[in-house]
Design a protein around this ligand. Structure first.
Ligand code: NHR
Ligand code: GAR
Length: 210
């Protein structure tokens, strides 16, 4: 049985999708803990109500990113995870932290990387006149939103879209591709070898949400 720790900062709908898929599809894994950098993250209530351990490591209580990351890693490692999942986690992580979880740390980013790394992706995609938007699951590397890509989902950008309408279309796809990717990682069907994604043949790597 593998252990998964999920990091959130807010609503945690991707975390919920992973918790449900893990239970309903009987993954060889359990969600050992949900950890937030914000005490008021609403996702913590969902986790607690599902009997999952929760913890808060408030970044504002630390004077440096290194000190925050060191405490965060200590709390995470208390759950001995095989896999660590960033699900709407909003703090940039230091190189030391990322290297400690090499090959075990996944993120979902709400754009078709390498387009639009960083924040405000939906507004930027609309302003750029993109006809396609989407989400990307990737292994986390020190360079923000530049890690090896595992899976992408694409959706159309429709006339009249706002950042809100586009983000909810993308989010619905995130809830498919993120649990799928985490499942492959805990099942050993997906791994990272010297910075390159190794994936068993036949696993879909793209999804269309049009
Ligand atoms: N850390 C590393 N080293 N590499 C990545 O690829 C990371 C990462 C940490 C988080 C998620 C990412 C996203 O999917 C992620 C990927 C936060 C920011 C950010 O600017 C940017 C990208 C992501 C997460 N955070 C501000 C900061 O100063 C705070 C913003 C806020 O609190 O609202 O850390 O988009
Ligand atoms: C998701 O769209 C996720 O891709 C994005 O924030 C949302 C979190 O929703 N992540 C980032 O922007 C990371 N910087 P959720 O809390 O409901 O999963």
């Amino acid at each position: 049985m593998k252990s998964i720790v999920i990091l959130i900062s807010g609503r945690g709908s991707n975390m919920e999708a992973i918790v449900h898929a893990c239970q309903q599809e009987s993954w060889p894994a359990r969600i050992a803990a949900v950890i937030s950098n914000k005490a008021d993250a609403s996702g913590l209530r969902f986790a607690a109500s599902h009997g999952i351990a929760t913890a808060v490591v408030d970044h504002k209580a630390f004077t440096s990113r290194e000190a925050f990351d060191a405490e965060l890693a200590k709390v995470i490692d208390g759950f001995s995870p095989d896999v660590v999942v960033l699900a709407g986690f909003m703090r940039i992580l230091t190189e030391g932290f990322v290297r400690h979880y090499d090959g075990r740390l996944l993120n979902i980013h709400p754009s078709l990387l390498p387009a639009f790394p960083g924040l405000h992706t939906h507004q930027r995609a609309i302003e750029a006149g993109c006809k396609l938007a989407g989400a990307t699951v990737h292994f986390v590397t020190p360079e923000l939103d530049h890690g090896p890509i595992v899976m992408q989902a694409a959706v159309p950008v429709l006339a009249g879209d706002t950042a809100d309408t586009l983000s909810s279309r993308v989010l619905a796809q995130e809830h498919h591709i993120y649990p799928q990717s985490v499942r492959w990682l805990v099942e050993g069907r997906l791994s990272l070898s010297e910075g390159v994604v190794q994936q068993l043949e036949g696993l879909p790597q793209v999804r269309w949400g049009g």
